[in-house]
Every structure is written in structure tokens, then in C-alpha cells.
Write a protein that binds this ligand. Structure first.
Ligand SMILES: [Mg+2]
Length: 258
């Protein structure tokens, strides 16, 4: 694994010369998801209310911090664990496990926290406003634009690899249900503004840290090459983007944003 701070890092660009395949993460690697998150919060404030939007944003940021295990919010943080449990408790049982990143669940917990009633239709409205804003207002980082141009100058097959957005359907009494086909097709829609890649792999249903996801990606890579040193994996999450490809012998680049 090599660690870089920009996708225009000379090490990465020169590695492209020998590459046949690039498999690149999207959120926080190519697009500035934080900008999208801010925009989504603004749009939800307009659609529902400012206190609700603020609370939902706070829940998202707490989950992100706990998931990443920051100093302030280690993954055993009690508030983080309690919110996570409430998010899981809203979901019915499926073979795919509970989904922590469900914005539907975050919306319901936010409404409970600030003591307002919310209907299933409002939860879905919040979800649609949220992901609409993420799609519209998460720009490509400038270095990502240049990186993709460099990839396209060469005869490289470009894939995007992206986690599940954990889109859940909202049922009466505010219970949530995960259907992988619905979740994946919903996410495909928010990615239409991205530059073209040969294929976009979305980690519904298995989740990105699951080796099964990389089995699926690898199967397609093997139709192009078996030379793993000519395949580059790029992403901002060690556990989600790097760990498994590195274990399998691919070249990996961890980008540290900020
Ligand atoms: Mg990412």
C-alpha cells in the first residue's frame, strides 16, 4: 500500500503507465462528500425544518466519527453505540444484516430526539431530498478530475467500486426494510453525473468490507487480466478499499483527504 494525499501524486500517475485496470472508490476519493452532506442538510432544513436537519446531520457525524474510531468518539463510545442500536432496532430482519448508514433510520432517530412526529412519507421525502442534494452538490475534487483524464489518456479499464447507500423502504409504523435491488438501483441514479467508467460495482447486498464484494469485482478483473500488479485499487478507507485488495496481491493506493 502506498499512501498519497492527491490523486495527481507522481507515484500514482507513473504507475498508470503499466496499469491495465484501475478500480477506484467514489465517496471521499473522487467526490467531496462533505460538501454534499452540507448541502443535503441545507435542503432538508428547507423541506422539513432546521432543527430536524441539524439533528440528523449531528447523528450522521457521530456515526461517521464512531465508525472511523476518532479520538473524541472511539468505536466503544456510549452515545455512538446507543444511536447505532436504535438504528438497527428500526429495521426488520433480512439475510443481509442491519444497515448503519440508512438515512431513513437517521431521520427517524432525529425526529425522536427533537420530539417531533414524522410520517413514513416524510421519512422518504427526507431520504430523497438528502440523496438528491448529494448527487447535485458533491463535486469532483480537482485532482480527481485530472486523475481521470490521465486514466483515459491510456488504454486502462476504469471501474468504480462503491459502498452501499443502504437505502431502505419505509413501512407503516416506521419500520425499515432492506431490499438490495432497490438500494442498488437507487444509488446508481445518484452516480449518473460521474465521468464514465466501464462498470460501477456497488456493494449491495454484501457490504464493502466483505470479501464477497471483492470476489465479484475480481471476477470481472480476471476477464481483462490476471496480472495483479497491473491492477490498481484506489480509495480513502483502509478497511473498505485497501485491506482486501492488498491481501489479494493488487497494487493499492490509500488517499488521505484533509
Ligand atoms: Mg470512500
Amino acid at each position: 500500500m502506498k499512501t498519497i494525499t492527491l490523486l495527481t501524486d507522481p507515484q500514482l500517475i507513473s504507475a498508470l503507465d503499466a496499469a491495465q485496470v484501475v478500480a477506484c472508490d467514489i465517496d471521499h476519493t473522487l467526490i467531496d462528500f462533505d460538501r454534499g452532506q452540507e448541502a443535503a442538510t441545507r435542503e432538508i432544513a428547507k423541506a422539513i425544518s432546521a432543527p430536524f436537519a441539524k439533528e440528523m446531520n449531528a447523528i450522521f457525524l457521530l456515526l461517521l466519527a464512531g465508525y472511523r474510531g476518532t479520538k473524541q468518539t472511539p468505536s466503544n463510545n456510549k452515545t455512538y453505540q446507543a444511536i447505532l442500536q436504535r438504528i438497527y432496532d428500526l429495521q426488520d430482519d433480512t439475510p443481509y444484516g442491519k444497515k448503519m448508514w440508512s438515512r431513513e433510520a437517521m431521520a427517524i432517530v432525529a425526529a425522536q430526539n427533537i420530539n417531533i412526529a414524522i410520517t413514513p412519507a416524510q421519512v422518504e421525502q427526507t431520504r430523497d431530498v438528502y440523496w438528491g442534494a448529494i448527487g447535485d452538490f458533491s463535486p469532483l475534487y480537482p485532482d480527481a478530475k485530472k486523475f481521470i483524464e490521465e486514466v483515459k489518456k491510456r488504454t486502462i479499464t476504469l471501474f468504480f467500486t462503491s459502498g452501499s447507500d443502504a437505502i431502505l423502504s419505509v413501512r407503516s409504523h416506521l419500520t425499515l426494510h432492506y431490499d438490495p435491488t432497490f438500494s442498488e438501483s437507487y444509488k446508481q441514479k445518484r452516480l449518473v453525473g460521474l465521468p464514465h467508467a466501464r462498470k460501477v460495482f456497488i456493494a449491495d447486498p454484501e457490504g464493502k468490507i466483505n470479501p464477497a464484494f471483492y470476489d465479484r469485482v475480481e471476477k470481472t478483473i480476471f476477464t481483462i487480466t490476471h496480472d495483479k500488479l497491473r491492477v490498481l485499487f484506489v480509495g480513502d478507507s483502509y478497511t473498505g478499499d485497501i485491506q482486501e485488495p492488498e491481501k489479494r496481491g493488487y497494487k493499492t493506493y490509500l488517499i488521505k483527504r484533509e
